[in-house]
Design a protein around this ligand. Structure first.
Ligand code: SAM
Ligand code: SF4
Ligand code: SF4
Length: 341
């Protein structure tokens, strides 16, 4: 059961969400996340002995939920390449006190796994898709993969009854501006919700540059010029995406403005890496190993105490600091594929 009093950080932000990275490996090489030149065939990902076992993940998630976490998002790397992922979903979906379980995937293995995921208790899903143009998409996934298989995965998720289905679209100037309208048009009227994400300076390897960031305001203007939009109230306080609905009733879109309009003030997200580090911010230099405590024999109370102490001292607000001092290149940062989105 959740604790009655939430654990609050230095700025009174409760610990409510957990992003759980179940693998640091991926079958894509998106240049903004795991550029091929850096993560080539020789790259060594975490060895099995270092990554959390399912038993360890489940125990830690139970402790987080006892500490007030209500939502868990399973991510990675690519979560669907972790062996037996559906078994983990089956246990997490029954975790007492957990109100929401979701998963973010690149969609490549979705068509073949979605029915098992649904049976395991997954109710909703987010699929990343940056373009409907095979050539552009091939560049943006770094593997030359076409769009068809991801669209089949999305369709399979719809047939399986997962809802809502959200589509993460990272827009990068000079690369996929055309995706703004293409993706809006494709999903209008389907109930599937595109969410346009500003290209972020996560990690240290993606050559981030402000000139490639397309501010959300531009995305909204572009879509609204074609199909008028009306702002929607957030579904809940601290929602990351700002939502808009089509005035003609054909559905909604969201924009995630981490660069142009940071939302650190309401950030309630902790992250657990594949190797069991608790990370307090997407842009943190690193985290604290809960795995080591676990493997040294700490009991649940001791681990909850450690989580509480870490969260209570949390002062992270990178995106707000970045806007006033752009970019914070000199800072060491954990990589996106290690902490998940
Ligand atoms: N592999 C899965 C996927 O791509 O959906 C899950 C992990 S991925 C790190 C989670 C999300 O982070 C994806 O939607 C991806 O597009 C987004 N992402 C990765 N690097 C990013 C960046 N530099 N800026 C903005 N979003 C990014
Ligand atoms: Fe893989 Fe997702 Fe990163 Fe792309 S964004 S490289 S699919 S982990
Ligand atoms: Fe949260 Fe850090 Fe992102 Fe701010 S920069 S919203 S604190 S993860």
């Amino acid at each position: 059961m959740n604790s009655q009093t939430p654990i609050l950080d230095h700025f009174q932000r409760p610990l409510r969400d957990l992003r759980l990275s179940v693998t640091d490996k991926c079958n894509f090489r998106c240049p903004y996340c795991m550029p091929k030149e850096v993560f080539g065939d020789e790259h060594k990902f975490s060895p099995k002995s270092e990554i959390l076992s399912f038993e360890e993940i489940i125990r830690l998630c139970g402790i987080f939920v006892a500490g007030g976490v209500e939502k868990i998002r399973v991510t990675g790397g690519e979560p669907l390449i972790r062996k037996d992922i559906t078994e983990l979903i089956a246990v997490l979906s029954r975790l007492d006190g957990l109100k929401d379980l979701s998963l973010t995937t690149n969609g490549w293995l979705l068509a073949e796994k979605v029915e098992d995921l649904r049976r395991a208790g997954l109710k909703r899903i987010t699929v990343s898709l940056d373009s409907l143009d095979n050539e552009v998409f091939g560049r943006m996934n770094g593997q030359g993969h076409g769009v068809g298989r991801v669209l089949e995965g999305i369709e399979a998720a719809r047939r399986a009854g997962l809802s809502p289905i959200k589509i993460n679209v990272v827009i990068r100037r000079g690369e996929n501006l055309k995706s703004i309208l293409d993706i809006a048009e494709h999903f209008r009227g389907t109930g599937i919700i595109p969410r346009y994400i500003e290209f972020m300076d996560v990690g240290t390897r993606n050559d981030w540059n402000m000139s490639q960031v397309v501010p959300s305001a531009e995305v909204v203007e572009t879509i609204a010029a074609r199909w008028p939009l009306e702002p929607l109230v957030p579904n809940y306080s601290g929602e990351v995406a700002s939502r808009y609905r089509y005035a003609d009733g054909q559905g909604e879109i969201g924009v995630i403005s981490s660069i142009s309009s940071p939302f650190c003030r309401s950030c309630t997200r902790a992250r657990l890496t594949t190797s069991g580090q608790l990370v307090k911010c997407l842009f943190a230099p690193g985290g604290t190993s809960l795995r080591d405590m676990l493997r040294a024999g700490a009991d649940d109370k001791e681990i909850l105490r450690a989580i509480t102490d870490l969260w209570t001292g949390r002062q992270d607000r990178y995106s707000e600091e970045r806007t006033s001092n752009t970019p914070l290149k000199e800072r060491p940062k954990i990589e996106m594929y290690q902490v998940g989105g």
